[in-house]
Design a binder for this molecule. Sequence first.
Ligand SMILES: [Zn+2]
Length: 385
Amino acid sequence: MKKDAVFIFSEEQLGYSFSDTHPFNQKRIVLTLDLLKKTDAISDEDMIVPRIATDEELLLVHDPKFIDIVKRAGQGLISDDVGSVYGIGTEDTPIFPNMHEASAMLVGGTLTAVDEVMEGRAKYALNLGGGLHHGFQGKASGFCVYNDSSVAIKYIQKKYGARVLYIDTDAHHGDGVQWTFYDDPDVCTLSIHETGRYLFPGTGAVTERGNGEGYGTSFNFPIDAFTEDESFLEIYKTAIEEVAAFFKPDVILTQNGADAHFFDPLTHLYGTMKIYEQIPRIAREIADRYCKGRWIAVGGGGYDIWRVVPRAWAHVWFAMKQLPAPTGRLPEQWLDAWQAESPVPFIETWQDPDPLYEPIPRKVEISEKNVQMLERALHMIRSQQ
Ligand SMILES: [Zn+2]
């Protein structure tokens, strides 16, 4: 019988760990899964153990030399100096033991999710260990070694011959995936992110539209710093609807970074839990309308791992299971289990307190600027109608 949704997880996903103090912390997945269990929203039958990606699969995207360097780095055989040519051994993306195996495990999780959906065993599949959208063909970048989404998209093309719409709502531009498919008219990338003016990686301008035959299938929606819920959702909803209607994908892959929240320490957006309730529900509607439901979701950024990420990522699963968004207090057992370990007091409810922060004087100006950006970003589609 076809399942509505599957959750890809194994403890081995936690092996992707740069250090105890690094902001990228996969404990987020454990916190999320435990929250779902204590909400009675997930059972053992929903869970699937990921496989590890093979070298052949990684080679669909990554250069052999880069893979070799990552393998040797993880065995302690590469200095930071040599590694840094390939983006590893840097402050952002330090070398750690068994780096290759851990990175290939995250890619394998996304490939496992792909097979579940494309072979019809599940309508939707979630791999929170994936979403490493800054990984390039021959270089690691921004906490990301191998790019699971890029490999998964190539894998979908090769094995299933399907057209993929990639939707990235991480606060950072989904650069690695965009550049990998920049020339490809059969892959459409859509990224909504804080403008690169002051934020890593600096790319993701409206004018990055694709190249050659792929011109017109790369879409960027750079929103202003301090953008709030209403404006974020207006841009996201309009963007996804118009781009999906234009591209008509066979399958959707969403990257669900949870770092656009007001609390996130690395970005300057002012989202609250309201955007995380809506983002996956809108994605599901689009997948149902255009793709017979085929929807694969991965994780991504998210650096307030205690107050933001578990609640935000739980909403992706609720959307997949078609459960209503819960209200009221988080399960007491979950709060009791983790509060002592958290360096900050929890938000103890599913929704954020309203208001979460002092009103912003530039709210109207920011929303108007975002709408102008949206019109420029969608100009090509709208002018064809
Ligand atoms: Zn991010």
